[in-house]
Design a protein around this ligand. Structure first.
Ligand SMILES: *Cc1c(COP(=O)(O)O)cnc(C)c1O
Length: 433
């Protein structure tokens, strides 16, 4: 790690806890010091020394066209020139909401917020408000932002009443949150307000829903009168034009969006059926608000991104991600690793594992093997930025050219060999060759 990044890191850690404003950005899971981004363009980010990396972080999925796309930056500056926030409604909010309604089956109305966390938090409040029930069911290993009631982890994969997943979250806040294993249909009761799920799990690595899982959730929710909430903060407008419901024939009651929908600026959205959405203030009694909600610069960015995504965008993303997945699988296997490259359309992740990973317990077992940090650093040294944590997925963007993808696989070949020998010698320092 070179001087300018290191020097900035020292300043950052003096005034910002852990040097970062979101813990996933720290290198705590992989060791070392993060690169500071000076600028980014297309598939590449550049650090303070001007070194470029092929970037698969892409703001954890907020960027789908690639960095600093000229259509987006133009829309942002045009919007900003007209004023950046008013505290009164704007046309941009209506246009973005209309675009979401047009694209997503099952959405009649949209409430814009400023982050994915706000969207899921509001979804839970709405679900409780309209059902008059308190219990919330979430799945182990799914991430729904950092609100108290959703920051829970379960012990050893056994269905258990929520335990706080963070200091500072009271037992009371999570007492009504039940955490159950992903890919298993829980038996609900009539105290359940809602089930919230990532329809494709992308925060424990990439774990696809098994056949029948989402259908089964829909049936079980209907049986007891609970609402089904799809947290599409990652999958929304990324796996298909209208998100997961273009692919899977299950319609949730409520949707949460974020990331792609803001075009790289802070937006989230809660969306769903009219009769439910009308429960929100000022029509209904369920309160939610935000000074910067539906911000005109953010809605302009989000709108231009959605408008640039057509069917061909998704087949392009899918093709590149498939090539990348197959390439990574081959070079890592050739190097000696047992890997599962798990993929759903454009989203993919690597598990160092003998078996397909279908839930969080298996994901944790794979991570415990400890191979990821070696591969991460070997890639970073060669100019490829993966996320600095083993539970994150890769986000190839529309700016990743075939050359970028092929280069990634070539670099991964050498990186895999280096990672294999470093990992092996760490595991068994005396076993030698
Ligand atoms: C990122 C993420 C969130 C939280 O969104 P923020 O904008 O970071 O608050 C919620 N759900 C899922 C599935 C996410 O990936």
């Amino acid at each position: 790690m070179n001087d300018l990044n290191m020097a900035m890191w020292e300043r950052a850690t003096t005034v910002i806890p852990g040097g970062v404003n979101s813990p996933v950005r720290s290198f705590a899971a992989v060791g070392g010091v993060p690169y500071f981004v000076q600028r980014a363009k297309g598939a590449y980010v550049y650090d303070l020394n001007g070194r470029g990396y092929i970037d698969y972080v892409q703001s954890y999925g907020a960027s789908i066209l690639g960095h600093s796309d000229s259509r987006v930056t133009r829309a942002i500056s045009q919007a900003a020139e007209k004023g950046t926030t008013f505290g009164a409604p704007t046309e941009g909010e209506v246009l973005l909401a209309e675009e979401v309604v047009r694209r997503v089956r099952g959405v009649d109305m949209v409430r814009l917020v400023s982050s994915g966390t706000e969207a899921t938090m509001t979804a839970l409040r709405l679900a409780r408000g309209v059902t008059g029930r308190n219990k919330v069911v979430k799945f182990d290993g799914c991430y729904h932002g950092h609100s108290d009631q959703l920051l829970t982890a379960s012990g050893s994969g056994v269905a258990a009443l929520g335990l706080a997943g963070s200091a500072g979250v009271s037992q009371g806040a999570v007492a009504d949150t039940l955490v159950v294993p992903y890919n298993e249909i829980p038996v609900l009761d009539d105290e359940t307000a809602c089930v919230i799920v990532e329809p494709v799990a992308a925060n424990m690595g990439l774990v696809s829903p098994k056949d029948g899982f989402l259908e089964g959730l829909r049936r079980e929710c209907d049986r007891v009168g609970a609402l089904l909430i799809f947290d599409e903060v990652i999958t929304g407008f990324r796996v298909a034009r209208g998100g997961i419901t273009d692919i899977i024939d299950v319609t949730p009651d409520l949707f949460c969006f974020g990331k792609v929908i803001g075009g790289g600026l802070p937006i989230g959205a809660l969306a769903g059926r009219r009769d439910l959405m009308e429960g929100l203030a000022p029509l209904g009694s369920i309160y939610q608000a935000g000074t910067l909600s539906g911000n005109p610069v953010a809605t302009a960015a989000g709108l231009v991104v959605l408008e640039s995504l057509d069917e061909s965008s998704y087949s392009m993303l899918d093709g590149r991600s498939k090539f990348l997945a197959e390439g990574l699988e081959k070079v890592l296997t050739d190097a000696g690793f047992s890997v599962q490259i798990q993929r759903f359309g454009p989203l993919l992740s690597l598990f160092f594992s003998d078996d397909i990973v279908t839930n969080y317990v298996q994901a944790k077992e794979s991570v415990a093997g400890g191979a990821y940090p070696y591969f991460f650093h070997a890639m970073l040294q060669r100019g490829v930025a993966l996320a600095p944590g083993p539970y994150e997925v890769m986000f190839p963007s529309l700016a990743h050219s075939w050359d970028d993808i092929e280069l990634t696989v070539d670099l991964a070949s050498a990186a895999a060999a280096q990672a294999w020998s470093a990992w092996r010698s760490k595991l068994a320092p005396t076993s030698g060759s």
